[in-house]
Write a protein that binds this ligand. Structure first.
Ligand code: UTP
Length: 293
């Protein structure tokens, strides 16, 4: 089967970040640092590693610093060059997306994730695209989460959703899929529900913030009513699209940290720093000291 390749990725960054106040009052929560770079940089790097060529950011007021982060900073570069800081200059150059490879559009009002995705419709156009929630940071064992999903897409076509196991007692907080029985880590999806009533979740697989979607989702989102929490939900729109197109769930081989929550953010910092060649050993010793004191 030949599927149209996935060139563009959408990053919705227009949310208010209320769970992270006061840190997110003046600074976008997407720029909070995990180890040595903003959380959004980690997620853009994941998309880049999966072959994405164009990065579409759906932003809102107070989010201008995200745009600056993905641009050149001439004064800084000139200062670093003057001080012969070659390694630092190389880090900046490596992270910079090619000219013309980013687009920014505004959501204007945070009406929900589904509405944010719909705001990217003209930039994405009539082609399948990836959607990555920038506060969900995924640490995988093998290839990046989106790269794993791309392989599923190449084999199956249609739509692919990244999933992960969740404690059944927590399932009511997430979008949950129902799957056809079979060996994982990839299954056809038979149903999905956003924030099911406690005890009613159709599985323990939650939608963890990575999607490959067909462009027909935009027409559905255009007419989408508000759902759970009074917001326009992407899960409700995918549920409608599922009546016409195949959806597969893929359980990646890693762990997702919700960096929009304080606990998830702190855990992500620890998990990634412990894996870091320079920091890991010393941090382990510091944690040991803290736990003993
Ligand atoms: P979240 O619900 O995690 O983000 O949405 P939030 O609304 O910013 O956070 P809280 O709940 O108030 O603390 C997941 C992603 O979708 C984006 C957010 O920026 C986040 O990256 N989003 C959410 C939008 O772009 N627009 C929206 O209307 C809602």
């Amino acid at each position: 089967m030949t599927s149209k390749s996935i060139r563009k990725a959408v990053f919705p960054v227009a949310g208010l970040g209320t769970r992270f106040l006061p840190a997110s009052k003046a600074m976008p929560k997407e720029l909070l640092t995990v180890v040595d770079r903003p959380v959004i940089q980690h997620v853009v790097d994941e998309a880049r590693a999966a072959g994405i060529e164009h990065f579409v950011f759906v932003t809102g007021r107070n989010k201008g610093a995200i745009e600056d982060h993905f641009d050149r900073q001439f004064e800084l570069e000139a200062t670093l060059a003057g001080k012969n800081k070659a390694a630092e200059l190389e880090v900046l150059a490596d992270l910079l997306p090619p000219a013309g490879a980013t687009s920014f559009t505004r959501q204007q009002s945070p009406l929900g994730l589904g509405h944010a995705v719909w705001c990217a419709r003209d930039i994405v156009g009539d082609e399948p695209f990836a959607l990555l929630l920038p506060d969900m940071l995924v640490q995988t064992v093998g290839k990046s989460c989106l790269a794993q999903m791309m392989e599923v897409y190449e084999a199956q076509g249609g739509n692919v959703i990244g999933v992960e196991q969740v404690d059944p007692a927590e399932a009511h907080k997430f979008g949950i899929v129902a799957i056809r029985d079979g060996d994982g880590p990839t299954w056809p999806i038979t149903d999905m529900v956003e924030k099911p009533e406690p005890g009613t979740a159709p599985s323990n697989l939650y939608i963890m913030g990575r999607y490959i979607l067909q462009p027909e989702i935009f027409a559905i989102l255009a007419d989408q009513e508000s759902g759970a929490g009074g917001e326009i939900q992407i899960t409700d729109a995918m549920h409608k699209l599922m009546q016409e197109q195949p959806f597969h769930a893929h359980e990646h081989d890693g762990r997702t940290f919700d960096c929009g929550s304080k606990l998830g953010f702190l855990t992500a910092n620890l998990a990634l720093a412990l894996e870091d060649e320079e920091l890991g050993g010393d941090l382990r010793a510091e944690i040991g000291r803290l736990l003993r004191s």
